[in-house]
Design a protein around this ligand. Structure first.
Ligand SMILES: NC(=O)CC[C@H](N)C(=O)O
Length: 358
């Protein structure tokens, strides 16, 4: 059996079975998702994190590229009760250490009690506990990853659906999942994917009907340029955001964000729409939340478990954001109509802009 050591913040070291070799460090989090491991592992929002699956068997239906949300695995390491050959081979080929045969219930309980924490991992024939502790020592707090946007964003603008004749969307790529682009293309939009630090000039150059801030890893406060863009464009251009995007919009418009204890990660997080009274099941993956929406935004949807903001609308501006992942992948598709609502903001805006006949 290949040795594997997992050092938790505070210095407690857990042993497991090594499945993919290497050393790693990151913020230890857990997801309760029972399917969708390919989508989760390729979601850029997991950059700089170590992902524990609470569901006991991961990899049982293989690994297929068409389910990937980006072109690589983003968590720094993976922990599970049991990983299949398919998934460990894939992780090994990506250089991502993997450990199984751990008591993941204990790991999840530690995270729930202590919060998402720093973690160091060492897997391989010759590794020792000290190698894992060394990784732990070198682990940075998530908010100290100030350049995290650059690790996951496109470097240059990319256009999708150039021949589509629907709305033009400027998607600020802070680590966007592929399914967000796909959901917009399916609605006939042209999507200009712009780097996380795009300037106002870069956005103006594509004259968007919608400014859309993507999901992404890390602390929203570290996306200064995207925060500035929302502030600059919100009076004239409808703004949408998903997950990190909701947090960035709140930061831009006078609200505040804060770190949660262990966050929401899974595919069955219940969300209540305050106006309709309807509850939907949603996919989530976040460790920060909007603490105060400020004077320009109102909360329209909340998490049933802890009342945190899940949907936000602009009061005087055309703004809609979601803290969950309406694009699904993995998880339920009940919330895909978010993309219709986003694009409808452009229609309403253009109708208002047409002068009355008399
Ligand atoms: N999925 C996301 O966009 C995550 C947003 C942010 N990084 C958080 O952890 O809250």
């Amino acid at each position: 059996m290949t040795p594997a050591y997992v050092a938790l913040e505070g210095g407690h070291v857990i042993e497991g079975r090594g499945r993919a070799p290497g050393t790693a460090r990151g913020e230890l989090v857990f997801t309760t998702a029972y399917t969708g491991y390919e989508e989760s592992l390729t979601d850029p929002s997991y950059e700089e994190q170590i992902l524990t699956f609470s569901y006991p068997l991961i990899g049982n239906y293989g690994v297929r590229e068409e389910r990937f949300e980006s072109d690589r695995v983003h968590p720094r390491a993976v922990l599970a009760k049991e990983l299949t050959e398919d998934v460990t081979e894939w992780l090994a080929s990506e250089g991502v250490p993997a450990v199984d045969h751990l008591d993941t219930r204990e790991v999840v309980t530690d995270i729930r009690d202590g919060g998402a924490m720093k973690c160091g991992i060492a897997v391989g024939e010759d590794v020792t506990e000290d190698d894992a502790l060394e990784q732990l020592e070198a682990c940075k707090a998530m908010s100290d990853h100030t350049e995290i946007g650059a690790q996951v964003s496109v470097d240059e603008p990319v256009v999708h659906g150039a021949d589509n004749d629907g709305d033009t969307v400027a998607l600020i790529d802070c680590g966007a999942k592929g399914s967000i682009v796909d959901s917009l293309l399916a609605r006939n939009a042209t999507v200009h994917v712009l780097p996380h630090d795009a300037s106002a000039h870069d956005v103006e150059a594509v004259s968007p009907d919608i400014l859309f801030i993507s999901n992404g890893p890390g602390d929203p406060a570290n996306y200064e340029q995207a925060i500035n863009l929302v502030d600059t464009f919100v009076e004239d251009t409808p703004v949408a955001g998903i997950c990190l995007g909701q947090q960035i919009v709140a930061e831009a418009l006078g609200g505040t964000t804060e770190k949660m204890t262990f966050g929401h990660r899974g595919v069955n997080q219940p969300v209540l729409d305050l106006e309709s009274g309807q509850v939907v099941m949603t996919t989530q993956n976040h460790g920060y939340t909007v603490a105060d929406p400020g004077d320009h935004l109102e909360v329209t949807q909340i998490n049933v478990n802890d009342d945190t903001p899940e949907g936000i609308d602009g009061i005087e501006y055309d703004v809609i954001t979601r803290q969950y992942h309406p694009e699904a992948n993995p998880g339920p598709e009940d919330t895909l109509d978010f993309f219709d609502d986003v694009l409808a903001m452009a229609e309403t805006r253009s109708q208002r802009a047409v002068p009355a006949d008399d």
